[in-house]
Write a protein that binds this ligand. Structure first.
Ligand code: ATP
Ligand code: LTN
Length: 327
């Protein structure tokens, strides 16, 4: 199967992104034909400092590799290095109704949070995301729950285009994990952990040093009864159990049994340790990749060339269907 996904280089990759998305990518790349992108064009929907965006893009790419995404198995690249993304996005935007975009929960959320910068890109962002996916004939898109609505638009656009011009695009399916599809903030456990959250204690980055990880888990907001069980009315503890399970491989039930009778303090320390231990080898590799920029850029370029070849093939087909003269 053809698999596609991406992460925008804003903030830093959190354990939410890791559990909800990247961890599944690692499994999928073993048996499928995968493309994973640093979606830097998407990041422009919020204001960026150019030098920081450049550095963050390199850092995200190094984090992809450090997590175990393998350029021998998957195509890893940076979105802006493949011009077909914007080319297809324009064509798809002329087939998207404004009402469809105004309905998007993320658009409404982000407009509220960026009142001084509600730019057109914030509205049309899901069209660019649909272009990313449809360019490569993707069958499956592994994402967290927050992206489900955007994926439905990608499906609708593929179907609409196919109906109007004849079979062109594969209609993609979302792939949302059963557990960990919405890791929540450590400070506000009913809200999504979001990598652009301004509260440093709310998120844990995959490159946070071990002492920082421990401190953040110690401060995690929980509730006042002292039972370590997974339950709707205990969002903080349930979130910590999900994180513990994702990083140790034990099930949530096993984790509950393991901590029965223990206090919250001990439990939070154990979660922090499990996360810090699991991330130690990732962080070591991250520093190695980051210290060899030439190699990083070589891998990036190779990925972009492969992605471009596939994308150009789709664009030739699309242009012909809609009546653009051939160049
Ligand atoms: P931002 O705060 O800048 O909007 P984000 O944290 O939502 O960023 P994205 O780049 O939008 O991160 O998402 C990358 C991938 O991680 C997507 O597949 C998304 O669904 C997934 N993801 C993001 N946050 C979480 C979370 N809290 N739990 C599970 N999956 C998540
Ligand atoms: N919009 C996504 C990131 C993203 C993506 C994609 C995910 C950009 N292009 C294509 C899946 C497929 C987000 O998580 N904010």
């Amino acid at each position: 199967m053809r698999i596609y996904s991406g992460i925008q280089p804003t903030g830093c990759i959190t354990i939410g992104n890791y559990i909800g998305a990247v961890k599944n990518w690692l499994e999928l790349q073993e048996e499928n034909d995968c493309l994973f992108a640093v979606a830097n064009q998407h990041a422009l929907t919020v204001r960026q400092v150019p030098q920081e965006l450049r550095e963050r893009t390199l850092s995200f790419f190094a984090q992809f590799l450090a997590c175990g995404l393998d350029p021998e198995k998957s195509i890893l690249y940076v979105q802006s290095n493949v011009p077909e993304h914007s080319e297809l996005a324009w064509i798809l935007s002329c087939h998207t109704y404004i009402g469809e975009l105004e309905r998007m929960t993320q658009f409404k959320d982000k407009s509220r949070k960026n009142e001084d910068n509600i730019n057109a890109g914030l509205l049309t962002y899901p069209v660019l995301m649909a272009a990313d996916i449809l360019l490569f004939g993707s069958d499956l898109v592994p994402v967290g729950k927050d992206q489900k609505q955007h994926l439905e638009l990608a499906r609708d656009l593929a179907i609409r285009f196919n109906n109007r011009y004849g079979d062109t695009f594969v209609v993609p399916e979302p792939y949302i994990p059963k557990q960990g599809a919405k890791i929540t903030s450590l400070q506000n456990p009913t809200e999504k952990m979001s990598k652009s959250d301004k509260d440093q204690n709310a998120t844990v980055s995959i490159i946070d040093p071990p002492d920082v990880i421990m401190r953040k888990f110690k401060r995690a907001v929980t509730d006042s009864d002292n039972r370590i069980v997974f339950a709707e009315e205990k969002p903080g503890i349930s979130n910590l159990l999900t994180i513990y399970s994702a990083f140790t491989g034990v099930t949530v039930e096993e984790a509950e049994a393991r901590f029965q009778g223990k206090g919250y303090g001990d439990f939070k320390l154990a979660v922090g340790e499990a996360v810090a231990d699991a991330l130690a080898p990732v962080q070591k590799k991250y520093n190695e990749y980051l210290s060899d920029k030439a190699e990083l850029e070589r891998i990036m370029k190779e990925g972009a060339e492969k992605a471009h070849r596939l994308a150009a093939r789709t664009m030739r087909k699309v242009k012909k269907k809609i009546g653009f003269v051939q160049d």
